[in-house]
Design a protein around this ligand. Structure first.
Ligand code: COA
Length: 331
């Protein structure tokens, strides 16, 4: 049975840098508060009129160049986002059109911060069963247009950034490369602890003047609850993956966890007794980019940590739903 290897990664973030100091001009917050609580120094936000699929398109062009593939080499698109260009259709169709690939299947994944690993799991199953050989896996977000920039939303708004990361996945027969396993979980009892209610089908009409003062169209988060679950679930998911493959923490060359908050990453590192060399963070520059955060971080981390062919990489994520997931792969 073939395995799923990463042929190349590609990333793209908008040019516009938004610093913590800029944010303190719009709401009661400070650079010190944001850095202390989250580690974030700045994030990228799009200019008006740019959607998640535009960021995904730029990231995909870079990945195609790195892999020396043509767009036409892609057999299927799997696209994770919670901030699609439109309510429907999904972003995978918009990206497919930008890439000029009519007829190629385009699947959207709605699993928030765990979306990239959920997508990897689906793509891996397709490749292993032989349905497709070359898959474009995308994580892309534009949060900035959907955030509450008043004091009311300051706990959420300071955290999130825009960006895109993609992986070109290919079937390989090489036993020393590729995805070993993926592990997916969810607990919908916490669905309303990190969510954006509207516009949604339970609201009739979905959008009208009465919705505006309620702010139900902005994301809401029980930050403490999210934090407490994240620091338990991510280590748990990685241990589950190691156990299934008969591997240990010391076998991991690099762990890339969803960049939710630097304090969460530090807690994951401590809980798993991982060294600084086994970890990598870039939330300082980009904030939390949800489905894009793992590929954005992985692309930098493999270079910074000098990852070599065959090295073991662990991925893990936690986010709204609640959902959480892990994957083990050999580079
Ligand atoms: N700037 C300044 N003060 C802020 C603020 C901001 N941007 N946001 C909230 N505060 C205030 C709160 O109003 C509160 O004030 P009070 O003590 O007067 O009530 C105080 O800071 C402490 O708030 P609290 O929510 O207890 O802080 P915290 O230490 O839990 O940190 C988060 C808040 C959001 C940073 C933290 O809970 C967190 O990171 N959670 C996980 C978030 C996450 O990762 N989400 C994405 C998951 S994928």
């Amino acid at each position: 049975m073939p395995r799923t290897a990463i042929a190349a990664l590609g990333t793209y973030v908008p040019e516009r840098v938004v610093t913590n100091d800029q944010m303190s001009g719009w709401m009661d917050t400070t650079d010190e508060w944001i850095q202390q609580r989250t580690g974030i120094r700045e994030r990228r936000w799009v200019e008006e009129g740019v959607g998640a699929s535009d960021l995904a398109f730029e990231a995909t062009k870079r990945a195609l160049a790195a892999a020396s593939w043509e767009a036409g080499d892609i057999d299927a698109i799997v696209y994770a986002t919670l901030s699609p260009d439109a309510t429907f259709p999904g972003d995978a169709c918009f990206l497919q059109a930008l890439l000029g690939l009519p007829g190629v299947p385009a699947l959207d994944i709605r699993n928030q911060c765990s979306g990239f690993i959920y997508g990897l799991s689906v793509a891996d199953a397709w490749i292993r069963c032989g349905q497709y050989k070359r898959i474009l896996l995308v994580g892309a977000e534009v949060h900035s247009t959907g955030l509450d920039k008043s004091n009311r939303g300051r706990d959420v708004t300071v955290i999130f950034g825009d960006g895109a990361g993609v992986a070109l996945l290919e079937a390989t027969e090489d036993p020393n490369r590729g995805v070993l396993s993926t592990h997916l979980h969810a607990d919908g009892r916490y669905a309303r602890d990190l969510w954006c209610e509207g516009p949604g089908s339970k609201l009739d009409p979905r959008v009208d003047g009465a919705l505006i003062p309620t702010a139900r169209y902005f994301p809401k988060m029980e930050g403490n609850k999210v934090f407490k679950h994240a620091v338990v679930r991510m280590p748990q998911a990685v241990r589950e993956a190691l156990k299934q493959n008969g591997l240990k923490v010391s076998d991991i060359k690099l762990l890339v966890n969803h960049q939710a908050n630097l304090r969460i990453t530090e807690a994951v590192q401590k809980a798993m007794e991982l060294s600084d060399e086994q970890m990598y963070s870039n939330i300082q520059k980009y904030g939390n980019t949800t489905a894009a955060s793992i590929p954005l971080c992985l692309a930098e981390a493999v270079v910074a940590r000098n990852v070599q062919r065959g090295d073991l990489i662990a991925l893990t994520a936690f986010g709204a739903g609640f959902t959480w997931a892990s994957a083990l792969l050999r580079w």
